[in-house]
Design a protein around this ligand. Structure first.
Ligand code: ADP
Ligand code: MG
Length: 338
């Protein structure tokens, strides 16, 4: 073959190759790990980034768990609960500080000092029981987040008080992981931390992540899907942890005013927000507030969106989700007034 003909043949082959490859951008294979931490099953799915990103993310979860767990006697939280005062790791102090601000912001619907009550109902051990009214009344005298002191990294509690960061720990962990993964060059990740979903960027093909919202009446099914990128999608549901006695269902989300599992008419609350911590705090707090209180709160703040599922099966979606929430089935949807 003469030189010019060879060159032409080569360039034709190259052009064909480029044409074939144009439609098939290199498909990135995800790296994934599933493990149990913070009392739930977690699955981390990462696309790209540094080789140690996945291992570093898992290590970070385990590190935060070891500081925040109420059942690990060596955690910062357990030491504080036992001793009444403790010098916290900077991470723990930061989370406690922000959690206390959020408790105030939702006017006590979230209260990190609820732990003695949660224990009395057996939610930490699985030895479920309906405590006596007098016992609850006594325990409630110890519940008051405004009496927690935090100066620098040193926290102290009034006598008998104990804290539980369970309502915010996974959301905060999602934020920490997203920041860590970005530092490690990961631009696309799906972090499933039990009922907390945290998305980093969009899917590798540029489309939104699609996150299913479970049906509280049938946790195998779902009531719809939200499309998101770079958001936390956090659900608190009565179906997640509960027991039944004499035909009544008692779940793990407490009304700090009554010291009993909250009965607000809601069966689940899903919050979509930029911050996992905020979404987690709100999913619990809005559940306590009930539908009307939750919508009032949303109108006053407008820095998150929510899907509220009532015990009667009705679904309310805040206005900002109208385009990104796709309901499944024929349930009535009421978008809240802006
Ligand atoms: P989950 O952790 O199951 O995803 P939540 O984020 O709603 O659900 O947190 C519920 C946990 O938080 C409970 O297991 C309990 O330890 C604690 N908790 C329950 N009610 C409250 C409350 N009103 N304020 C603060 N913490 C609460
Ligand atoms: Mg929560």
């Amino acid at each position: 073959m003469s030189k010019p003909r060879l060159l032409r043949a080569l360039s034709a082959a190259l052009a064909l190759c480029l044409a074939l490859c144009a439609g098939c951008a290199p498909k990135q294979e995800p790296e994934t790990d599933t493990f149990t931490a913070m009392d739930t099953v977690m699955t981390l799915t990462l696309y790209g980034g540094e080789p140690d990103a996945l291992a570093a993310a898992k290590d970070r979860v385990l590190e935060l768990e070891s500081r925040l767990s109420v059942t690990d006697p060596n955690s910062d939280v357990s030491v504080l609960n036992r001793e009444g005062t403790a010098v916290l790791a900077p991470d723990t102090a930061e989370l406690l500080r922000r959690a206390l601000e959020l408790c105030a912001q939702v006017d006590g619907a979230l209260d990190v000092t609820i732990y003695p009550v949660v224990k009395a109902w057996g939610f930490t051990t699985g030895d479920y029981t309906v405590p006596d009214g007098a016992v609850i009344a006594d325990l409630l005298t110890r519940v008051d987040y405004t009496r927690v002191r935090l100066e620098g990294d040193t926290a102290s509690l009034p006598a008998g008080a104990e804290i539980d960061l369970g309502a915010v720990a996974k959301g905060w962990t999602g934020d920490q992981l997203a920041a860590l993964l970005r530092e490690k060059g990961v631009e696309s990740a799906l972090l499933e931390l039990g009922g907390n979903i945290h998305t980093v960027g969009s899917k590798p093909d540029g489309s939104d992540w699609r996150v299913a919202v479970r049906d509280p009446a049938d946790p195998e099914g779902y009531i719809g899907v939200v499309s998101v990128a770079d958001k936390a999608v956090v659900t608190s549901g009565g179906y997640e942890r509960y027991f039944e006695e004499a035909g009544v269902r008692y779940w793990h989300i407490m009304d700090p005013k009554t010291g009993a599992p909250v009965r607000s008419g809601l069966a689940s609350v899903t919050v979509v927000a930029d911050s996992g911590l905020y979404a987690d705090a709100l999913s619990t707090a809005l559940f306590v507030m009930g539908r009307d209180g939750a919508l009032d709160y949303w109108r006053a703040h407008r820095d998150f969106e929510a899907v509220l599922v009532a015990e009667d099966g009705s679904v309310t979606v805040t206005a900002g989700l109208e385009k990104s929430f796709t309901p499944s089935g024929k349930r009535v949807l009421t978008a809240a007034d802006p």
